[in-house]
Structures are given as C-alpha cells and as structure tokens.
Ligand binder design. Structure first.
Ligand SMILES: N[C@@H](CCC(=O)N[C@@H](CS)C(=O)NCC(=O)O)C(=O)O
Length: 202
C-alpha cells in the first residue's frame, strides 16, 4: 500500500497526518503537481480526477477523496480516530461540512493570496469565511474536539486547511475557541510529520 501525495496540498496533508497518528507509516509517492504529473495517463488511471491524495492498495485498486482515505486508514489501523460506533455519522457530518463549506470559504483566500487571483471578491470571501468560522468556533466552545471527547478524523479534516491561515491571511481574529483547538492539534508530532517542507526549509 502507498499514498500518492503532493506535500504542500492540505488534502494530502490530512492523509500524511493520519499516516503518522495511526502508525501505519505507509510509503509516500510524490506527485509533482506544479509539473502537471496529476494529469499524466498513469496517474489518471489511479484517480481520474487528477488530484491528490490517492491511497493505492497492494492489488492496484485505489481510493481517492481525502476524507474517505483517512477514515479508511484509521479503520484499518483500528484507531479511535474513526470509532466503531454511531459517532461516525457525526464525524462524516463535519467532513461533508469541511468539503462543501469550510474549504471552499478558505479557498477564496488561497486563490487570492497564494495564487494571486485578482478576480476574487474579497468582501464576499470575508462574509463566507465568517459565516462558517462562527459555526466552527461556536461548536468548539466548551469542547476540546469536534466529536466526542477525543480526537477523530473530523478534527484532521477540518483543521488541515488552517495550516495556510497566515500566508493566505484568513481573518482569524476573534475566534478564540478555534485558536485553542488548533493549538492543541498543531502541538502534536503528527502535525509536524505532515509538514515536511517546513523541516526542509529550516
Ligand atoms: N475533494 C478532494 C480534493 C483534492 C484536491 O483538490 N487536491 C488538490 C490539492 S489540495 C489537487 O490535487 N489539485 C491538483 C489539480 O487540481 O490539478 C479530496 O478531498 O481529496
């Protein structure tokens, strides 16, 4: 089994973090996104969407979509990150929210401030960001984790896009519960393991 990743990708980083959290330590195959490797026929055979991450099984079958991948990895490792009970639906709720609302809201800042897309309406972007940041901050009030009383894959899914908050200038001021929750996740060695480019830059 192996993981196809581009290390700067937040979606790939989810898989890299769960790889460390579960101790699965699957080997990483780097996909050179800036060079367009995701659109080569060989890679499209693994994921016809031309995106990272991909989990490739030993028999050559693949699983794509980061949230499905991390749930599979945690399930395979019998980790409490994906508990064997009804809280899975609550985890899925946050993962759908992340993919449908949270990442697209953050994505406008990424598009503008990382990729220099001048066409983004930043007023609308701010409205969208605050709408969902309030939901997350409100839910985290009085809680350490998104679901139950321990870390799950929901926390990995929702937190990872925030690794870009400083370079992309997300308006994070005033969200004290997000900041507290994120600080706990960022303190984990598995978070650092998902940031190999930072170590390389030091
Ligand atoms: N919904 C997908 C999104 C994957 C995705 O957008 N990956 C980006 C990097 S974060 C990518 O591979 N982009 C390359 C491209 O679109 O050409 C997931 O969660 O896995």
């Amino acid at each position: 089994m192996k993981l196809h990743v581009f290390p700067a990708s937040p979606n790939a980083k989810k898989a890299m973090m769960v790889n460390a959290l579960t101790g699965l330590n699957l080997p990483l195959q780097i996909v050179d996104i800036p060079a367009g490797a995701q659109n080569e026929p060989g890679y499209l055979a693994l994921n016809p969407n031309g995106k990272v991450p991909v989990l490739e099984h030993d028999d050559g079958t693949t699983l794509w979509e980061s949230n499905a991948i991390i749930n599979w990895m945690a399930g395979n490792a019998k980790s409490d990150l994906w508990p064997a009970n009804m809280s899975r639906y609550d985890i899925l709720r946050w993962q759908f929210w992340e993919a449908c609302h949270w990442t697209p809201a953050c994505g406008k800042y990424i598009s503008r401030n990382l990729f220099g897309n001048e066409g983004i309406d930043m007023e609308a972007a701010a409205q969208d960001f605050h709408k969902y940041a309030k939901v997350l901050d409100g839910h985290l009030s009085g809680r350490d984790w998104l679901v139950g009383d321990a870390m799950t894959t929901a926390d990995v899914s929702v937190a990872m896009i925030l690794y870009l908050r400083e370079p992309c200038q997300y308006p994070m001021q005033g969200y004290a519960d997000i900041a507290r929750w994120l600080a706990g996740i960022e303190a984990l060695p598995a978070w650092t393991a998902a940031m190999p480019e930072r170590e390389a830059a030091e």
